[in-house]
Design a protein around this ligand. Structure first.
Ligand code: MF3
Ligand code: CO
Length: 250
């Protein structure tokens, strides 16, 4: 399978599904507080998506049973919603996918639970900035790994490490399409970026080592050294007018 170029009409459908996940994320930000369980967040997200006529994209994917991935503290990605109560000082990475009218949306963000320490705040801010740096290179005529390199340079420049074992991806009528979008790489290499390419860019940054492991539930990915991790994801379309970030709430 080659990289698919989407028509303007398809990009609008992708905008609708991505706007849906962004709107849900906005609500989840308000709901995240000490005492709430990750299962309660999951139920809220599912309800809101269904109200918008969208379907949770992760539910049923490789046997996954939930709408969200909720990854707390040293959990990197794919944390499974549970009765665990968030507590003041935690950080939580929320990842949400949706399918609307046949097209997928995918979006993630890390946020503090109440007041968190400076190290956690810096990690979250750096990860969000790294994503923005990557998006800044998502320009027609550039190469895919220009995006990857920009993310890596920003993260490592700040003293954080980039997870290698999981990467971003093309997205469209499937959740995961070509190409893979690593968060590390050589600038000036990789496929040429062209209008109509739609990418989910999703840096995962660790406070300590880049290594990760998967817990016994076969889903939850944690840092090998149990230090904090952050994750941000936007879906965007390459366009002649610059990066068109689709996963934004109005
Ligand atoms: N947003 C993630 C991704 O892009 C999560 C998918 S894993 C799932 O790969 F199983 F929960 F769907
Ligand atoms: Co994704």
């Amino acid at each position: 399978m080659a990289i698919v170029l989407r028509s303007p009409e398809e990009v609008e459908k992708l905008r609708a599904s991505n706007r849906a996940v962004a709107l849900v994320m906005k609500e989840l930000r308000r709901a995240v507080k000490a005492g709430v369980t990750t299962l309660e967040l999951d139920a809220l997200a599912e309800k809101l998506l269904l109200e918008m006529g969208a379907k949770p994209a992760f539910k049923g994917y490789r046997g996954y049973k939930h709408t969200l991935c909720t990854s707390v503290n040293e959990q990197v990605v794919h944390g499974v919603p549970s009765k665990r109560k968030l507590k003041e000082g935690d950080i939580i990475s929320i990842d949400i996918g949706a399918k609307l009218d046949g097209y997928y949306g995918d979006h993630a963000a890390t946020m503090p639970v109440g007041e968190v320490d400076g190290a956690a705040r810096r990690l979250i801010r750096c990860c969000e900035e790294a994503l923005a740096k990557g998006i800044g290179k998502a320009l027609s005529g550039r190469r895919l790994f220009d995006i990857s390199h920009a993310i890596q340079a920003h993260a490592e420049g700040a003293g954080f490490s980039v997870v290698r074992a999981y990467v971003g991806h093309g997205i469209g009528t499937s959740l995961h399409e070509e190409p893979q979008v690593p968060n590390f790489g050589e600038p000036g290499t990789g496929p040429e970026l062209k209008p109509g390419m739609v990418l989910a860019i999703e840096p995962m940054l660790n406070a300590g080592v880049a290594d990760v492991k998967v817990l016994g539930d076969d889903w939850t990915v944690v840092t090998a050294d149990a230090r904090l991790s952050a994750h941000f994801e936007h879906t965007l379309a390459i366009s002649a007018d610059g990066p068109d970030v689709l996963s934004l709430a109005p």
